[in-house]
Design a binder for this molecule. Structure first.
Ligand code: FES
Length: 512
């Protein structure tokens, strides 16, 4: 243990804390609750959101510091907290960050229900008022500092009982805060999330969920009463170790609210994890899941952002004078923004199908290309698209293709048989028409059959709050779902690399 002096920029107070020298600064600071409200990439050295300033005895910069931080920041003593370990006689300063808790009530009429989607990265909620107005809110999952995705979150919980309890306390406190801000501690509440988030929220042991054969010993589909700050809440059924209450809520929404009947259809919920369900008929639901990484949520990308605030670009445009669409000098880019930008670069030919920068042939390419320097496309002096960001998006695309092809193969179907694709999550909301085909997520002709349905976990939660028929339907869902593990066998290893291209690979499944 080392004694480290901490200076908090926001409060002007100095504290002396004991840090574990085997853990990084980021891990120590998270345990003390000092860098919780940040969209961290969990020590991958990619996002720069963990930067702290060494006031004394600053360590030698590591290669990732040099990559992410500007020469001026390095000179001032800034380093990435996720790659440095505490040493003797160090004093650090923690820059204050903008809090992420966005909620304002749209109506003063009483609430009839509250739906909460407990995501790995963000928590979103909707309060339905008696006059039918909907007040929406979102905030970061306070567990982010313990890992950007499910696997590292579970690993943190497995390290010690204290860690697991810390994650539970944090997220229950956040849900308590949501209930209190909503001013409604009596209205019906439904909370959806993936199995790991539900387990950690309820304070359940996560060992069986974390190791093969990945069994569930809690199945949801029941009400829970946890503490005086949170009213009794309903957790929709969990469908398997990797398919949770967010998917059962989402499927409920699709089944009850879609405009047209008919099967088969695909339901894809894309976030840090991607869950895909192929609904062959009303009684046959084949599902799988795949790690997509947090890129779609804007985490782990150099200038990525979780929320679509005013200083965040979610869509780029190509104009006669080049690229445009960003709001100001210092801005960040959402996951959708990255998809939009890469789609344009592919159209211009500035990116080849393997995601490498090249000389574009399009008449407008020259203007955009002039901003290319050392494998980075500079949008402003500070903000750029890097080769690493492109690779992260390519991995998302490959994971998406792989999971859908796998389900189709198992069901003995092709894309041609699919009547509709429902894509849930922020993915695609700002992507220009045709971009998903351009990026190779879908075969030609399939984008016209695709509906972007937003946050179905939240919409389904609200439905389950209010509709008895929906509640009955979801409780029978578990018997209809068959989970197919994509990680079993060699399919993943054999096929992943071939989908690492910005084109739809399986020519046999092109729709004419
Ligand atoms: S958490 Fe350190 S760079 Fe992302």
């Amino acid at each position: 243990m080392r004694k480290i002096s901490i200076y908090l920029e926001s409060s002007l107070e100095t504290q002396e804390l004991h840090f574990d020298s085997r853990k990084t600064y980021a891990q120590n600071l998270f345990t003390y609750g000092l860098i919780r409200e940040r969209p961290l990439c969990s020590g991958l050295g990619l996002c720069g959101q963990c930067k702290i300033k060494f006031v004394s005895n600053s360590p030698k910069p590591k290669p990732k510091d040099l990559q992410i931080l500007s020469p001026r920041e390095l000179e001032l003593g800034y380093r990435l907290a996720c790659i440095h370990f505490p040493e003797s006689n160090q004093k650090i300063e923690i820059p204050s960050t903008k809090g992420y808790f966005n909620f304002s009530k749209k109506s003063q009429s009483p609430a009839v229900c509250l739906g909460i989607d407990l995501g790995t990265t963000t928590i979103k909620w909707a309060l339905i008022h008696a006059d039918k107005e909907v007040s929406k809110g979102q905030c970061l999952n306070p567990q982010m500092g313990a890992g950007a995705e499910v696997v590292s979150r579970l690993a943190f919980a497995l390290e010690s009982e204290k860690n697991r309890q810390l994650l539970t306390t944090l997220v229950q406190a956040k849900v308590g805060q949501i209930v209190s801000k909503a001013g409604e501690n009596k209205c019906p509440l439904v909370l959806a999330g993936n199995p790991a988030m539900i387990y950690l929220f309820l304070g359940l042991e996560v060992r069986e969920l974390s190791f093969a054969p990945f069994n569930l010993n809690y199945w949801g589909g029941c009400e829970e009463l946890l503490n005086p700050d949170i009213p009794k809440l309903y957790i929709p059924p969990l469908l398997g170790a990797f398919v949770g209450a967010d998917i059962s809520a989402g499927l409920t929404y699709i089944e009850f609210e879609r405009d047209e009947d008919g099967y088969p259809y695909l339901f894809c919920d894309l976030g840090t994890n991607g869950e895909m369900v192929l609904v062959k008929d009303s009684r046959t639901f084949l599902c799988t899941s795949v790690a997509m990484g947090p890129a779609l949520e804007g985490v782990g990308l150099r200038f990525g952002s979780v929320f679509g605030d005013n200083d965040v670009c979610s869509r780029f445009f190509l104009t006669p004078s080049g690229l445009s669409g960003w709001p100001q000098k210092d801005f960040r880019i959402s996951g959708s923004g990255y998809l939009s930008l890469i789609g344009i670069l592919l159209q211009l030919g500035i990116l080849d199908r393997n995601g490498h920068f090249q000389e574009g042939r399009h008449p407008l390419a020259r203007k955009v290309q002039a901003r290319l320097q050392e494998n980075r496309l500079y949008l402003t002096e500070e903000v750029y698209l890097s080769a690493h960001d492109i690779e992260e998006i390519l991995k998302v695309k490959a994971a998406f293709n792989l999971a859908i092809n796998y389900l189709l193969e198992k069901a003995g179907l092709t894309f041609r048989d699919i009547r509709r694709i429902f894509i849930a999550g922020a993915f695609g909301q700002h992507v220009q028409g045709g971009s998903l085909e351009e990026l190779g997520f879908l075969p030609q002709g399939m984008e016209a059959k695709t509906s972007f349905v937003g946050n179905t976990a939240l919409k389904g939660s609200v439905l389950l709050c209010q509709d008895e028929r929906a509640r009955n339907w979801v409780e029978g869902l578990k018997d209809k779902v068959r989970y197919i593990n994509l990680a079993h066998g060699d399919y993943l290893a054999e096929n992943f690399a071939k989908h690492m291209r910005f084109s739809f690979v399986d020519e046999d499944r092109r729709i004419g």
